[in-house]
Design a protein around this ligand. Structure first.
Ligand code: AMP
Length: 192
């Protein structure tokens, strides 16, 4: 298996780039945000619980997210590999992912981190909010809250992978094609 994590703040382009990356490398896209929105659309108990957190710009509790990742992984366990998008978002989630990788006798090849300035992120998210139908993208207060959560809870995940020598920063500004090419270069270094 060849497993990657696409890391970065809200609006850094993880979703856009993931769609292209999974097509190019034949990976399974595991986006926890997407899985949660599906649960919300189906009005499941998990979805109803998650919605309260998402609408406030807070993280959904680790136990819910980790359980969801475990079962999605099992459903696709014969795949070539996974592209994790929006997960892990806390150090506890990163530790749970380490354990999952160990149990499945595989590993994370690399963490690719998209770097984008905060002004550009706000601009992109408000723009996306006009068409995405995502309640958490239309309110600047909720967007700022998501950045605060990212700084406090998610950025320590970078150190978790830096210590393992798996962290690669990629410039997340420029055209979608330029960013995609930079990510592919970083991936191919790891494949050699
Ligand atoms: P995203 O689509 O990745 O931007 O996620 C949208 C929202 O879903 C986030 O702001 C969180 O409220 C929730 N969410 C997604 N992934 C996670 C995760 N790994 N841990 C906790 N909450 C998450």
């Amino acid at each position: 298996m060849f497993n990657l994590i696409l890391f970065g703040p809200p609006g850094s382009g993880k979703g856009t780039q993931s769609d292209r990356l999974v097509a190019k490398y034949g990976l399974i896209h595991l986006s926890t945000g997407h899985l949660l929105r599906e649960e919300i659309a189906q009005k499941t108990p998990l979805g109803l619980e998650a919605k309260g957190y998402i609408d406030k710009g807070q993280l959904v509790p680790d136990a819910i997210v980790i359980g969801m990742v475990d079962s999605y992984f099992d459903k696709h366990k014969d795949s070539k590999g996974f592209l994790f998008d929006g997960f892990p978002r806390t150090v506890a989630q990163a530790s749970a992912l380490d354990k999952l990788m160990e149990r499945k006798k595989t590993n994370i090849a690399s963490v690719l981190a998209l770097e984008v300035s905060e002004d550009e992120l706000v601009k992109r998210l408000l723009n996306r909010g006009k068409t995405s139908g995502r309640s958490d993208d239309t309110n600047e207060g909720v967007i700022r809250q998501r950045f605060a959560v990212y700084d406090n809870e998610t950025s320590p995940v970078a150190d978790h992978y830096k210590k393992k020598g798996k962290f690669q920063a990629v410039r997340g500004e420029g055209t979608v094609d330029e960013i995609f090419n930079s990510i592919c270069e970083a991936i191919e270094e790891k494949m050699d």
